[in-house]
Write a protein that binds this ligand. Structure first.
Ligand code: IPE
Ligand code: IPE
Ligand code: MG
Length: 232
């Protein structure tokens, strides 16, 4: 327990395949996946993990059929309506990574409300990545920096300063990134922040992921030797 990752990031993948295996529509997988997320967030809180970042919807996921996108947005809406109570109960601090300005007015309202309530919470910080993509995050950071530069900021651009323009400003990089569903890629997730993250892959599909699977990932993480380029 004294070598717990401070920050765990998860690519919540495999909902569609989980549903297909059961002869259900893909959207049924997203509903169960949302339930898995609730459980895992609570478990992280119980363990004492400080930060949990989850990939819920990527900038590329707009390429999916409109029906599926609408269902995912609907699930997010339902989740946020319920989350407001859970956040207060579990003292979860919820933040959003990604361009949420293009989401529906109802969702934007819920996001604002969730962030407002979160301000008073001091438990695990959950970063919900919605309409998030690493490349667009990095471009946005470059634009924000250029604006400050234009406005007279002459401070040297360091890695640390650049990081302060990312959605993850002020948050330590993920120690452990988990991708379920048997895919071995980052799919545009936290590419700047993942520079020295330990990567963990499992074939388990996200709706089947549970507390024991998270334990496995953490135990595997604890076996790793993190050298950061040095020798030891
Ligand atoms: C992840 O599950 C959820 C989102 C990307 C929104 P998928 O929907 O990608 O599930 P698979 O990969 O098709 O099984
Ligand atoms: C990554 O999963 C995005 C999320 C889990 C939200 P995808 O299913 O969209 O990624 P690819 O298409 O397999 O790379
Ligand atoms: Mg997928």
């Amino acid at each position: 327990m004294d070598r717990l990752p401070r920050h765990i990031a998860i690519i919540m993948d495999g909902n569609g395949r989980w549903a297909k295996k059961r002869g259900l529509p893909r959207t049924a997988g997203h509903a169960v996946g949302a339930e898995t997320f609730r459980r895992i967030a609570t478990y992280c809180k119980d363990l004492g993990v400080e930060y949990l970042s989850v990939y819920a919807f990527s900038t590329e996921n707009w390429r999916r059929p409109k029906d599926e996108v609408d269902t995912i947005m609907g699930i997010l809406e339902t989740y946020l309506k319920e989350a407001i109570g859970i956040i207060q109960r579990d003292r979860i601090r919820m933040r959003f990574f990604g361009d949420t300005s293009v989401l529906s007015p109802v969702l934007r309202e819920l996001i604002a409300e969730t962030e407002r309530i979160s301000d008073t919470c001091d438990g695990v910080q959950v970063n919900l990545c919605v309409n998030y993509g690493s490349r667009s995050e990095i471009l946005r950071a470059a634009e924000l920096w250029a604006q400050d530069r234009e406005a007279g900021d002459t401070e040297e651009l360091t890695e640390e300063k650049f990081g302060s323009y990312l959605y993850s400003a002020g948050i330590p990089d993920p120690d452990l990134i988990i991708r379920p569903s048997g895919e071995y890629r980052l799919s545009n997730f936290l590419m700047w922040q993942a520079a020295y993250s330990e990567l963990y892959f499992t074939d388990v599909l996200w709706p089947d992921f549970d507390e024991r699977e998270l334990d496995r990932a953490i135990i595997e993480y604890q076996r790793r030797d993190r050298r950061y380029g040095a020798v030891r």
